[in-house]
Write a protein that binds this ligand. Structure first.
Ligand code: F6R
Length: 623
């Protein structure tokens, strides 16, 4: 949700910033902008409504002066409509100080009122602009002579920035430039992601590493309550009181090609096709040979806790919630009582959790504000939290007690695909492992499950061969405005996910239902020719779902059935999408592949902007 980039070094700053913005565009794309600090040459600021290309083409028409540092922003509007005036960077009264910000300043209206009384003139409707004026005010305050030691521009800027961020409440990753200190970029973090990249004679900062992966893999993850002073040859960290901190550098193992399209038309399609490999990465080294302590050691979870654990509580949002909801069925089929809740609806339930309940928070980005808030509520209640995430060093990994990475590599397409599959796969492994540790399944059964899980990458590859068939099939359906997705048990959440995918990238109406619920109301919306995608894989519920499909067919639905070789023999449908057969516990992973492809090709036929659907952003850091 909004992306920020900063650079200090000898490269062409506008180019580094534009490239960084392009890589972060998935985080928001209403508008964008950048600012360059040329010291005596002044501050250059350019903003544009819409995509990065608009900004780049405006820049190409202008002669830019040489600058020492720069910051940039791509926006997903929260306060103030998308417009050039509301785009970042925002500046102080004289436009000598500029800021970019990701997050929400909750107390901005109070601060704004105070600053207006002091004569500050605001030119946008955003919460962010208040930060620029606040730093300006603090520079004036300090310069009035309270602290002579701050008279030099850099310490003065640092101290003013520090005092300003101490007055902010809410969430922020904020970076600032001041005309009088061109060799310094100052940033701070509170509940919004920020990472620093280090190289020789140059340093970078961004909302996520993909913005500077081309230049360096050496990073510092900025923590909540930290200020970072970036110079060409140094990176220094401080707490909000101004005390210097030592930090450890991390090395990222993602490479740039993973964050590029690699010949595919869209990131979404590339990521759908990456799933055999990403599933392999999720599984790698975790199952063979099957040993009860292997996963427990990785996540550093005590066996005693697991033995005493009475229940699992899953919390997540959107697609990650669907993975969690499918996992609930898997855990319960293996004998572990599990609940799954939307993170945004969870807060009041936290206090009711038994202390022996393990909370599992699932998030691709590890930065989703609703999920982080729910985690805090669970921790306040004294529960252990296990994070299932794709993102190294994310806020979730720092809030949680334990982490299980999905290792899917960067997911850039706004519609989540490979991360969803990674989450399901991670859950399957946890479920088998926990069930074995708790003596709910024996060693032979655990091994049998592991063998099935290890075949997932190949089976996903086979399911992907449906692509041509699905592309053709969608030609006939692309003009439909309503779709139903139905499933039962582990595949009910997959139906929800199928509906979400098509809604978010095609803007059509789609609903996912537990197939058994149809007759309790929703069946009334079925009319002649309405596409109903039914998940009819071999399972204990196959006969029931066949009945539900007949009920829909009798009311005019055109049934597209996702089947396996065995269920196909008895399922009656107009169209079949056959995926390989796997144990029904894990069938959600395979059933989701044709639904992802179906959503993709419907969106393609409808000429939608697949990787950047309207109104959305990939990482939702507001509540
Ligand atoms: C949909 C999608 C979203 C996310 C949700 C949670 O395709 O991507 O529904 O799943 O915003 O995001 P994470 O997993 O980053 O917490």
């Amino acid at each position: 949700m909004c992306g920020i980039v900063g650079y200090i070094g000898d490269r062409k700053i506008d180019e580094v910033l534009l490239e960084g913005l392009r890589r972060l565009e998935y985080r928001g794309y209403d508008s964008c902008g950048l600012a360059l600090n040329g010291g005596n040459n002044g501050i250059y600021r350019k903003r544009a409504l819409g995509r990065i290309d608009n900004l780049a083409s405006n820049l190409s028409k202008e002669k830019l002066f040489s600058a020492q540092s720069g910051i940039a922003h791509t926006r997903w509007a929260t306060h103030g409509e998308p417009s050039e005036d509301n785009s970042h960077p925002h500046c102080d009264c004289s436009c000598e100080l500029v800021v970019v910000h990701n997050g929400i300043i909750e107390n901005y209206s109070v601060l704004k009122e105070e600053l207006e009384k002091k004569g500050h003139k605001f030119s946008s409707q955003t919460d962010t602009e208040v930060i620029a004026h606040l730093i300006e005010e603090k520079i004036k305050e300090i310069s009035r002579g309270f602290a002579v030691k701050h008279a030099l521009p850099e310490p003065l800027f640092f101290e003013a920035f520090r005092r300003a961020v101490n007055l902010l409440t809410g969430s922020f990753a904020v970076s600032a430039l001041w005309i009088k200190a061109p060799g310094l970029v100052i940033s701070a973090r509170m509940h919004s992601p920020l990472v620093v990249g280090c190289a020789d004679n140059e340093n970078f900062l961004a909302s996520d590493v993909s913005a500077f992966l081309k230049y360096t893999k050496k990073v510092y993850f900025v923590d909540d309550g930290e200020i970072v002073a970036l110079k060409k040859n140094s990176v220094d960290f401080y707490d909000f009181k101004g005390k210097k901190k030592n930090k450890e550098i991390s090395v990222i193992n993602w490479d740039l090609s993973m964050a590029e399209k690699g010949g595919y038309r869209h990131f979404m399609l590339k990521e759908i096709h990456e799933q055999p490999l990403s599933a392999q990465n999720t599984l790698a080294g975790r199952l063979l040979p099957f040993e009860e302590n292997r996963i427990l050691e990785e996540i550093e979870l005590d066996k005693k806790f697991l033995l005493e654990m009475k229940e699992i509580q899953i919390i997540a949002c959107g697609t990650a919630f669907h993975a969690g909801l499918s996992a609930k069925y898997v855990f319960e089929k293996l004998g572990i009582k599990t609940s799954a809740d939307l993170a945004s609806e969870f807060e009041n339930r936290a206090a009711l959790l038994d202390k022996k309940t393990l909370v599992i928070a699932v998030s691709q980005s590890g930065e989703t504000a609703d999920t982080l808030h729910a985690v805090k509520a669970a921790k306040k209640n004294g529960n252990k939290v296990l994070a299932v995430t794709n993102t190294l060093g994310s806020s979730l990994t720092r809030e949680a007690d334990h982490t299980f990475y999905t290792h899917c590599g960067p997911e850039i397409g706004v519609a989540s695909t490979k991360a969803f599959l990674g989450q399901l796969t991670a859950f399957y492994m946890l479920a088998v492992n926990f069930a074995y540790v708790k003596n709910l399944i024996n060693f032979e059964k655990a091994q049998e499950f592991c063998k099935e899980l290890l075949s997932l990458p190949d089976l996903i590859e086979k399911a992907l061969s449906l692509e041509n068939k699905i592309e053709k099939l969608t030609e006939a359906f692309s003009q439909k405005e309503h779709y139903l997705f139905i499933g039962r048990d582990v595949n009910y959440p997959i139906a929800l996910e199928g509906a979400l995918k098509i809604k978010e990238i095609s803007y059509v109406h789609a609903e996912g239902y537990a197939a058994g619920e149809m007759k309790h109301g929703p069946i009334a919306i079925i009319e002649n020719g309405m596409p109903v995608l039914a998940l009819a894989l071999s399972s204990q519920y196959l006969d029931l779902i066949k009945g539900n499909m007949e009920e829909a067919k009798a009311r005019g639905a055109e049934i597209i059935a996702v089947v396996d070789e065995e269920s196909k023999k008895t399922v009656k449908a107009k169209h079949y999408l056959e995926v390989p057969k796997i144990n029904e516990l894990f069938s959600g992973a395979l059933a989701s592949i044709p639904l992802q492809l179906f959503a993709y090709y419907i969106a393609l036929q409808r000429k939608c902007d697949i990787d950047k659907p309207r109104n959305l952003a990939k990482s939702v850091t507001v509540r």
